[in-house]
Design a protein around this ligand. Sequence first.
Ligand code: DON
Length: 308
Amino acid sequence: MVSKMDYQKVLEDIRKEVEPLLDKGLVADYIPELAKVDITKFGIHLLFLDDSSFSVGDTEEKFSIQSISKVFMLAHCVSHIGKKVYDRINVEPSGDPFNSLVQLEYENGIPRNPFINSGALVVTDLLISHLQDPRQQFLDFIRELVGQNDIYYDKQIARSEKACGYKNAAMVNLMKSYGNIENDVEEVLDLYFDFCSVSMTCSELAKAFRVFANHGKGVIDEKKYISESQFKRITAIMQTCGFYDEAGEFAFRVGLPGKSGVGGGIAAILPSQYSIVVWSPGLNKKGNSLAGLKALELFTTITGTSIF
Ligand code: DON
């Protein structure tokens, strides 16, 4: 363990080391709005449970959290309906890309896990069935976790994704044919695209994600958002499924439970210690932030703070 005073320098050294990687990845262009983001952006924010924090780079700029939202969606869902969620979604790594359709057919419309698109679409369907105003309640949930009201859906991103969201539409239709979607296909898709479009800065996301580092309890408000057993399960799914067909690689190189998004963000936690968020829009072939992954690998290696 390095002393806390050294963390700022550790982050600065990491930024220097990953700088040559920033333009080596590719921005996600299947969502046209995301392709407009400046690939040279880089931010990393580290937040401890004792409220000390360390920041380097573009950590106060909002970006599209995309699939990182799936962790909040699952937490919100289990906090309302409990473990029934897992009757309709499995908890095994898929070993396939996040938008793959292949397993869905031979597994009768049951998604492998809640952190691939098909799984998050079923979570969205469950939220529609069980909440009165899921669009507003989900935003309120995230705002409460961050402790700020200025968190919004980015309607431009959501519209842009909807215009080209053919694979997600195919997934919902396929799952509906197996009886694993209760609501209207368009309604599920629209809400899912909104959920993915939430826009946050690295520091805001680190605040929201810290609830998982703190075993489901808010650090400031001390509210129990999810139970200890729900925390254990969600964290386990982050570890095994948070990076799609690169979940093994992330465990191998970084060794923290976490979740990535095609906006180039990665959020991770060391339980009982800290949350850390990195943002770098250039993605590797598996859809995870290229420089972000390297930055987190360096961080846990230098500080000796992985879960292993
Ligand atoms: O549904 C999609 O394809 C996007 N809204 C989210 C995908 C994503 O972020 C996968 N992450 N690596």
